[in-house]
Ligand binder design. Structure first.
Ligand SMILES: Nc1ncnc2c1ncn2[C@@H]1O[C@H](COP(=O)(O)OP(=O)(O)O)[C@@H](O)[C@H]1O
Ligand SMILES: [Mg+2]
Length: 400
């Protein structure tokens, strides 16, 4: 979905592409793509990063700073310097020769918006140079937004809600959505959508050097036009040696391609969880109004505050708790120190219809109260549905 709240509208003063490139072949490529995309960006070339930063200091405000650091002996320091001079909203794209997860992470934490290994694919370069007429919700660097869903306890309906919200974003809001199940052994996202998850996600996470856009495209399962799923069903006995850096890289790759990345995240405090939380723009915790639910909601509030200070935290009354919710709402809210942001009701009939049909709630029980509440939750996450989209939504034939 395109929005008038584009990055360009917010930052009208940024214009053009400033590139620090030495190789004629790379320069030709970039010029070719700019012509093909009919971008009105002016391409300014300099030989050294120093020269580029001098231009910025003296008033140039490019939309993108593209820097080939293939020959640099101190790429991290150079990226930090470029970010410091260029400002927080500059899109800082680094080209290099080394394909290494550790370097990739270091560059990102030093301030790079993206890192491409030469020779970069046309597709990757195009995605970067295209105007990020930022869809509503993209982060300032023009990448998609990670939304994390966590249950305060098991069985509270976190996965059901994550699948439903992702489905609503993709099919009613027409946004490109990736739904990722990071419970690699026992996750149920694929099960709820009646899909065979395949082995792509485990392979990608165990061999991060293979994570590129083509590989991910193959590992993802198409659910509808705008919804793709990445999940696994590793055998219970299989030990997975997963590097948190691989998860970081995977999320980054997904953020290039999708406007929303909905992550069903198992509870815990492993490095993988920390990396996911650090990448999140929003975290949704589904709260069970029980004693254990209260304790764990409070713990998760602390975890999110510590690991995801940048993220908006939403506390949502879980739908599936049913009779396991003996604590009154106001008492619970007193315990967590704030009001719940949304509520999902207990609706075993719709949940059963969804399970039996292998379809998410919005497809299995479109007129139920629970789906109305899930639409409200989706509106919290991605903004209210525009009136036109609402009309279209009711006119849409089933996509299943
Ligand atoms: N709002 C709801 N009302 C009743 N049952 C629900 C609701 N949401 C989910 N369920 C059911 O509760 C069970 C657990 O849901 P699930 O989404 O897998 O929970 P979690 O991911 O938190 O473990 C499933 O059988 C699901 O169909
Ligand atoms: Mg679950």
């Amino acid at each position: 979905m395109r929005s008038s709240r584009s990055a360009d509208a917010l930052k009208p003063e940024r214009e053009g592409i400033l590139a620090v490139l030495q190789e004629p072949s790379t320069i030709d490529r970039i010029q070719g793509i700019i012509r093909e995309l009919q971008l009105d960006d002016e391409l300014t070339l300099t030989d050294t990063l120093d020269a580029a930063l001098r231009r910025i200091r003296s008033g140039a405000a490019p939309r993108i700073l593209l820097v080939d650091l293939g020959d640099s002996s101190a790429p991290i320091a150079e990226v930090s310097a470029a970010r410091a001079v260029g400002g927080a909203d500059l899109k800082l794209v680094v080209l290099g020769t080394v394909n290494d997860v550790a370097l990739f992470r270091d560059l990102l934490s030093a301030g790079a918006s993206d890192y491409l290994v030469k020779p970069s694919t046309r597709e990757a370069l195009t995605a970067i140079l295209e105007k990020t007429a930022g869809p509503l919700g993209t982060t300032p660097d023009g990448l998609g937004q990670v939304i994390v869903f966590i249950g305060s306890r098991g069985g509270v309906g976190a996965t059901t809600s994550a699948v439903s919200c992702a489905w609503l974003m993709a099919n009613e809001r027409r946004e490109r959505v990736a739904l990722v199940d990071l419970d690699l052994h026992f996750g149920t996202v694929a099960l709820k959508l009646d899909l065979d998850p395949g082995s792509g996600l485990c392979e990608a996470l165990e061999q991060p050097s293979r994570i590129d856009s083509l590989f991910i495209e193959r590992a993802m399962i198409k659910v509808t036009e705008n919804l793709r799923v990445l999940a696994a069903e590793a055998s219970a006995a299989q030990h997975l040696a997963i590097d948190a850096g691989a998860v970081d890289m995977l999320l980054h790759e997904l953020r290039r391609k999708f406007v929303r990345i909905a992550v069903d995240l198992p509870r815990g405090a492993s490095p993988m969880q920390r990396v996911v939380l650090a990448a999140a723009s929003q975290v949704v915790v589904f709260c069970e109004r029980s004693l254990a639910g209260l304790r764990d909601t409070i713990r998760l509030q602390t975890l999110v505050r510590e690991q995801a200070p940048q993220a908006r935290l939403w506390l949502v009354e879980a739908g599936a708790s049913g009779e396991r919710a003996p604590i009154g709402k106001s008492e619970f809210e007193k315990g967590i120190g704030k009001s719940l942001d949304a509520s999902l009701s207990y609706d075993p009939k719709s949940a059963g219809a969804s399970t039996n049909s292998g379809q998410p709630l919005p497809a299995a029980a479109p007129r139920s109260a629970i789906v109305r509440e899930l639409r409200q939750l989706t509106a919290l996450l991605v903004g209210p549905a525009p009136a036109a989209a609402k009309r279209r939504m009711f006119a849409l034939p089933s996509l299943w």
